[in-house]
Ligand binder design. Sequence first.
Ligand SMILES: O=P(O)(O)OC[C@H]1O[C@H](O[C@H]2O[C@H](CO)[C@@H](O)[C@H](O)[C@H]2O)[C@H](O)[C@@H](O)[C@@H]1O
Ligand SMILES: O=c1ccn([C@@H]2O[C@H](COP(=O)(O)OP(=O)(O)O)[C@@H](O)[C@H]2O)c(=O)[nH]1
Length: 952
Amino acid sequence: MVGFQGENMNGNIYNGNNSSSFPGRVERLVRGRKLRKNNKASLSNESPDNNNNDSNNNNNIINGITESLDHELRLREANSSTHTSHFERFLEGAAAARAFTDGYEREDGKPFRQRLLVVANRLPVSAVRKGEDSWSLEISAGGLVSALLGVKEFEARWIGWAGVNVPDEIGQEALTKALAEKRCIPVFLDEEIVHQYYNGYCNNILWPLFHYLGLPQEDRLATTRSFQSQFAAYQKANQMFADVVNEHYEEGDVVWCHDYHLMFLPQCLKNHNSKMKVGWFLHTPFPSSEIHRTLPSRSELLHAVLAADLVGFHTYDYARHFVSACTRILGLEGTPEGVEDQGKLTRVAAFPIGIDSERFIRALYLPQVQEHIKELQERFKGRKVMLGVDRLDMIKGIPQKILAFEKFLEENAYWRDKVVLLQIAVPTRTDVPEYQKLTSQVHEIVGRINGRFGSLTAVPIHHLDRSLDFHALCALYAITDIALVTSLRDGMNLVSYEFVACQDKKKGVLILSEFAGAAQSLGAGAILVNPWNITEVAAAIAKALNMPSAEREKRHRHNFHHVKTHTAQEWAEIFVSELNDTVVEAQLRTKQVPPRLPTKTAIECYLQSTNRLLILGFNGTLTEPVERKGDQYKEMEPTVHPELKQPLRELCHDPKTTVVVLSGSGRAVLDENFKEYDMWLAAENGMFLNPSKGEWMTTMPEQLNMEWVDSVKHVFEYFTERTPRSHFEERDASLVWNYKHADVEFGRLQARDMLQHLWTGPISNAPVEVVQGSRSVEVRAAGVTKGAGIDRILGEIIHNKSMTTPIDYVLCIGHFLTKDEDIYAFFEPELPSAGVSLPRNKVTEGAKFTAERISSVKTPTQKNGLKSLQNKAQRPQANAEKKQTNHIARPPRRPTHEKTSWNVLDLKKENYFSCAVGRTQTNARYTLGSSDDVVSFLKELAAASSNSSFSI
Ligand SMILES: O=P(O)(O)OC[C@H]1O[C@H](O[C@H]2O[C@H](CO)[C@@H](O)[C@H](O)[C@H]2O)[C@H](O)[C@@H](O)[C@@H]1O
Ligand SMILES: O=c1ccn([C@@H]2O[C@H](COP(=O)(O)OP(=O)(O)O)[C@@H](O)[C@H]2O)c(=O)[nH]1
């Protein structure tokens, strides 16, 4: 597995550093890998019948079963003259099987292998009807089938479409039975669905788009109309696959969904059973987000895939594009591990596929293959053989390849009768018009070139419109001098791997498109070309033909080593082991996530209390969720959720309840949104406080040194000018640069640059703190946090309301920056008994109260904070007041010392509810998913409260 590193919330780049990953994952996987390797090595020295019951040796036993089976099958394969033996090795697998879950054992004490349900559009066999109730099965061609046939480690079942329409029950029953013998389970798709889903949406829309060939452009209106029905058929077909999986699923199974045909499948499966282990792997490229965003159903598809636990791609680039599509199109967070949506992480990683190289190497020694090799050598004696093996698909660049060959012949008269190009073009998707057009186009070019350069006895191009059997293909690979793989785009391209595997004698040259996934792994040994550049490909042919043998050997050695060590089996083992691990990790993660706010209990407790304090954040807590449409946001300015008006009014009206909105926003924003309510407003994280319908005061005047403002403003202006759709807000005690509407990745890069500048530039010694949000950078006076603010606010409330009884209910809900989460801790310590000691009769000595409180609640150390600041120059009060046109600034009440004290807070575990909104990593006791949840909860709370006051 190539670790995929996305960007994390703090703006780190994809840097290969796994530091923020859940501790232990890499260690676990490295250990698992080591164990597998050791077991494999030791098993080769052990008797396969060794009855080892030690549970630590489960892997040993699992591998032992496979190895012994392998050995037997190898013998069978050597004696077999058909492709079927390899196929059976996969399909028939080991003996009995049940779900592999901890503690399951067979009667002989050996553990069961884990069941793997492979779900792909196409079964590895295509069915041909022989009679009403009889069928013959033929192996299907294509990279996906070839790769998965190499997977032997699991108790696998394959679920997919058999490639035929079977409308009658008798036929369906008979086919199901025939396939069951091969451990295949059919999904029956009728002709109309196949037409719309497979030919239409899969092969006419997704396939070309994912290979950078764009969406169909002919007859635009008709395309739009058919697009909708094809998309509906696609969803329907995915649900049909899901229904079959659900029917056969047993607890503990791993479900591995494959390819672009089944992007909805993870979501369908998880909707049915959220505990299912679901992985999804894409065999094609995943294009740049700029391409994906042209697809009308772009968001639905991404969301559906994200339902999987693990999402895999052939290369790091494809994985990167996928994460980028999720961040840019869905607005989700890309992390080093994958994509995060409201605390749920979907792991995204690269798992480059391989082939069963040993199978190819062994095949070369089979008599029938040797025979083929001799025939071919005889046939093409005196000529260098160039080979192309491709499905007849526009992504394979067959016309471009042939045109490059023509150019080579044109420019190299010497080689004209000494070289031959064998092009195997396997017919594929023949019902799709684009593919039909391609066939005629290729025939036309081949005919023209053969007419131009052929003679009575020989033609330069041998073009075959059909597939070859495995042994014929191996022989062909073995006698080839130069393989030409010129895909315009290709997920991986296994033909290049197969060619290398069969070349250990000849050490021929591989000319490989830089746009095939294989270029990432075989690039060092191959001659890489841009297939669109016919001149370059023609030159590469000349270079390959003239390459000295020492260089050929060196290049071959590199590639052969890769192909031998990166096998299909390893690929599947690694994917499944990562999937298992991802699920374990998610469970561990979930355990660390605080539970959801127990709304019923919170309401009951509220009703039983007599002096309540509700502290509510504003942005992301009481606002409408920002609706993202591509790059556009509905609202720029946050406004209070319209459904909250009534509940807020009711809650504020209750004399037993004090409501405080404590926000990072400035005074004007809070005034505008909340002036109609009888509540306390605390702006700029508590720096400014406005008692119910009163006047604004400054709670921490000692922190109001604002000499740094101008310097920071210059920096913010500079970055705002250079970051489209970013803006900054100048508040009275803070400045915030916000890039939530900007391009996510560019915004993060700019933020990084900005932070660097702020940390090292002119304000590096100023009494300020630079606080990094997920899409913002905030500079504020040091020591001003919501935790510090609430300390002062509480004193003021107690005085202002002349409270004589303790607060016996605190609910603190917010979508706060980590820095401001100190507010949750403020109420936490010494629970249940201590409370806060304040002088009894008058609420006095706010400063003393503050100091005691801070030291007792373990407020995070304030680096440049309170103490250091108190000695520094204070911001002249007048400066602050100049801006506050409608408000009077005054510090909170200065209490006096009194001896008697009483408990201001009477909090126990049961009557304190701290709740983070839209965050899972939090110090709060509880969480809520979004402001929508807050709205529902506050509505319920208000309704319950007014009902109870009626009944009283
Ligand atoms: O089933 P078909 O529609 O006839 O198409 C055959 C397969 O073509 C694609 O193969 C891809 O998978 C290979 C293995 O990962 C990879 O090497 C190659 O680059 C891809 O093109 C397709 O993705 C499969 O689903 C099809 O079955
Ligand atoms: O006559 C043929 C030609 C090709 N193949 C197989 O088809 C697969 C093609 O896979 P690749 O990844 O190169 O491309 P795909 O066709 O999947 O896009 C390879 O395993 C070939 O061995 C085959 O079985 N018969």
